[in-house]
Write a protein that binds this ligand. Structure first.
Ligand code: BGC
Length: 333
């Protein structure tokens, strides 16, 4: 073999080894969502927990993450925040499975549906990894504890508030994050129960947003086209009220349309100040995250933990916001 062929072979072999190593390294990184799997590198921490939300970049979940990270910092925990970029049940379940495979000490996640989450949560518990449900419970599973809003009650509160604010007369359309997820089902059920005895309140339509503000806006638009009699909306997940308000602002300038939203994201508060969203249901995402981490530590250390902790929920209107905002009295424009 000539000198050049030897060099070419050597170069080829080196190139192969380098690119092969890179693909293995990054392949593993993608599959594990970057979960640290080496227990040894975590030795200086007490435990390694994972928080898996239904949608990673959702502003509401970033608040839960913030609370959880603050507690992790205070108590010497490694906290991974991993999950689907956009709402996707299969990815959500896969992320939980991967967390189990990387032998984390505790998993915090939602119990979105009994059908898909309960069997998985039970399997995880049987493997000896504690699971706490956060924000959405899977109460029929063997999860160790739940921390979050009483979702039925929050929907009930929304219904009572809507009756009070509309003086018991409204044609309501509901936009819900999902027809199949536990928390959304309960928020709708609570609302329906609250208004069912009110003769003047009619639920005209209910549509799904897949927790996306763009879809919420599309659905609001379609509802207004199909049912011009609709004069009130109730959005049951954090971005629904915002999507509805955008459409109402654009297409229904002169009509009085009442909007009840969910959560207190900055944009929602802005719309409340401007009078475009009339009321919203307050949840405590930061506290959910913070307390979930504390509960997980207590569970692992054999302390008694209540099986259900309901964080506060209430209705917020413009009058509940701190005074002094120049745009507070602004009308729809
Ligand atoms: C819910 C979360 C959901 C979010 C979607 C919140 O109201 O509590 O579970 O992921 O809305 O925007």
């Amino acid at each position: 073999m000539g000198r050049y062929s030897i060099m070419a072979y050597t170069f080829g072999a080196l190139f192969f080894i380098v690119s092969f190593s890179f693909s293995i390294f990054y392949g593993v990184k993608v599959v594990t969502h970057d979960l640290p799997s080496e227990k040894t590198s975590l030795e200086k921490y007490r435990y390694h927990f994972v928080l898996v939300p239904e949608e990673l970049d959702n502003e509401y979940w970033r608040l839960v993450e913030k609370g959880a990270k603050a507690a992790a910092n205070d108590y010497g925990i490694v906290l991974e925040y991993v999950g689907p970029k956009q709402s996707n049940i299969d990815d959500h379940l896969k992320t939980i499975e991967m967390s189990v495979a990387s032998k984390v000490d505790g998993i915090m996640t939602q119990g979105l549906s009994d059908e898909q989450f309960t069997p998985l949560i039970n399997r995880v518990i049987e493997k000896g990894i504690p699971v706490i449900t956060v924000d959405t419970d899977a109460s029929n599973s063997k999860r160790m504890a739940y921390i979050g809003t009483d979702n039925y009650y929050s929907g009930y509160l929304a219904g009572r508030a809507l009756i009070a604010d509309t003086k018991g007369k409204a044609n309501v359309a509901i936009i819900t994050g999902s027809f199949y997820k536990n928390h959304q089902i309960q928020r709708v059920k609570g609302f329906e129960d609250a208004v069912k005895a009110e003769k003047g309140i009619k639920i005209i339509d209910i549509q799904e947003s897949d927790i996306s503000r763009v879809i919420a806006a599309e659905k609001a638009y379609q509802i207004l086209q199909a049912h011009p009699e609709v004069n009130a909306f109730y959005g049951t997940s954090a971005l629904d009220g915002i999507g509805i308000a955008q459409v109402v602002k654009k297409y229904k300038k002169n009509d009085q349309i009442y909007i009840m939203g969910f959560d207190t994201l900055p944009e929602t508060l802005e719309y409340i100040r401007k009078g475009m969203i009339n009321a919203t249901v307050v949840q405590e995402p930061y506290e959910m995250g913070y307390e979930a981490v504390k509960m997980m530590i207590d569970l692992i250390e054999g302390k008694k933990v209540p099986s259900v902790i309901h964080t506060n929920t209430k209705i917020l209107r413009v009058g509940d916001l701190p005074p002094g905002h120049p745009d507070r009295m602004e009308e729809r424009q």
